[in-house]
Design a protein around this ligand. Structure first.
Ligand code: SAH
Ligand code: SF4
Length: 355
């Protein structure tokens, strides 16, 4: 049975065939404005149509498998998709009590970043837009209130699944439905240039975060294979173009790894990369995850992955600030439930669980 969660009004009308054209809009509003999860609630539809919808379609494409809450109010839910695949989504609460949903875009990830737990799963499959939107709505059910912002920072590389991420934005910003502002979305990419260009063209108001991680090309390549085909100078050009086309302030994410990218020359390299960009630097001390291999750095150096101590993190932050950069130190939300950045991986994923 197919889910109607990511169908636009005209697509719903098309699916319904001979029904009057306005039915698509009516059903779309029931789902996205009135929060219906059951066709039977759609009381202004003829009973026969409700029964037909019930028999042939679903609204939510997944259910909650488990939910865990950390002491800091971060909630992680694990969702079971219709094919048995498991994915995770996280609800973050900020000090102003605003809620942000951190959504997955893929089951696993193909990008192979050495510091990221999701990478160890490999790539299993793309999520479709209904499965992405489903995460938001199930988080809202768990939170019993509506969510303000969405970040595509869960499992997966959003720009390796561009069409479904773009469809998610189209559905959730639709004026007949949820009508969210584009600025409430942030897409985080490991640095895929084509995706940055497409986002700037299709959704110029959607915010962009790019995982810089190191501004030294050789170190970045050792940590992030994406650097090979999307090298720093071209990444910078793409970010500049996004901004020149009306894109908003960019976030450069910098996962701090002890001895690897917190060296004394690194703050200056970051400043050079950031020069000319309107950006914030988001410092994220590495969140430990088990079973991660040491990194092979340029010149044959091999280092285990470790988070720098608080003193080093502060030093790094101050160096960047003294160089004129705006720095945000990301709080370590969700560690208690392994929901912090880079800790997301589902052990019993579809690949391991025979379906
Ligand atoms: N694939 C996208 C979005 C998901 S990762 C991307 O890479 O940008 C979200 C953020 O978590 C990225 O900035 C990534 O660099 C960071 N991250 C990955 N593993 C981490 C870890 N173990 N500790 C801290 N941050 C991590
Ligand atoms: Fe994929 Fe992002 Fe993890 Fe890299 S950091 S492996 S792109 S999820």
């Amino acid at each position: 049975m197919s889910s109607l969660l990511a169908s636009l009004p005209r697509e719903i009308s098309h699916t319904l065939g001979s029904e009057p054209g306005f039915r698509g809009q009516q059903i779309f509003s029931w789902i996205h404005q009135k929060g219906s999860r059951d066709f039977d609630e759609m009381t202004d539809l003829p009973k026969g149509l409700r029964q037909k919808l019930e028999a042939e379609h679903t609204i939510l494409p997944a259910g909650i498998d488990t939910a865990e809450e950390a002491a800091d109010g971060t909630t992680k839910i694990r969702l079971k998709l219709n094919d048995g695949a498991l994915i995770e989504a996280v609800l973050l609460r900020d000090t102003a009590d605003r809620l942000t949903a951190c959504l997955s875009t893929q089951v696993g990830c193909a990008m192979g970043c050495r510091f990221c737990k999701t990478a160890t799963m490999g790539f299993i499959r793309n999520l479709d837009a209904a499965e992405i939107i489903g995460q938001l709505y199930l988080l809202e059910t768990a939170a019993e209130r509506s969510i303000d912002n969405i970040v595509f920072m869960g499992m997966g590389e959003p720009f390796n699944n561009y069409d479904q991420v773009s469809k998610t934005v189209q559905v959730l910003t639709h004026p007949e439905g949820r009508n969210m502002g584009q600025r409430r979305f942030t897409v985080s990419t490991s640095g895929i240039i084509d995706g940055i260009r497409s986002l700037g063209t299709d959704h110029p108001q959607v915010r962009l975060a790019a995982s810089l991680v190191s501004a030294d090309p050789a170190t970045r390549e050792a940590l992030m294979p994406v650097e090979h085909k999307n090298p720093l100078p071209r990444l910078k050009e793409a970010l500049m173009a996004y901004q020149q086309a009306g894109g908003r302030r960019i976030t450069l994410e910098y996962v701090l790894l002890k001895g690897v990218n917190d060296r004394k020359e690194d703050p200056m390299l970051v400043r050079k990369f950031a020069h000319g960009l309107r950006c914030n630097i988001n410092l994220i001390p590495w969140n430990p995850a088990d079973g991660m291999a040491p990194v092979k750095l340029p010149q044959g150096k091999v280092l285990p992955l470790e988070e720098p101590d608080a003193k080093r993190v502060n030093w790094f932050r101050e160096e960047l600030e003294n160089l004129g950069l705006t720095v945000v130190l990301r709080h370590r939300k969700g560690r208690g439930v392994n929901a912090a950045c880079g800790q997301l991986a589902t052990k019993g994923s579809a690949k391991n669980n025979s379906l």
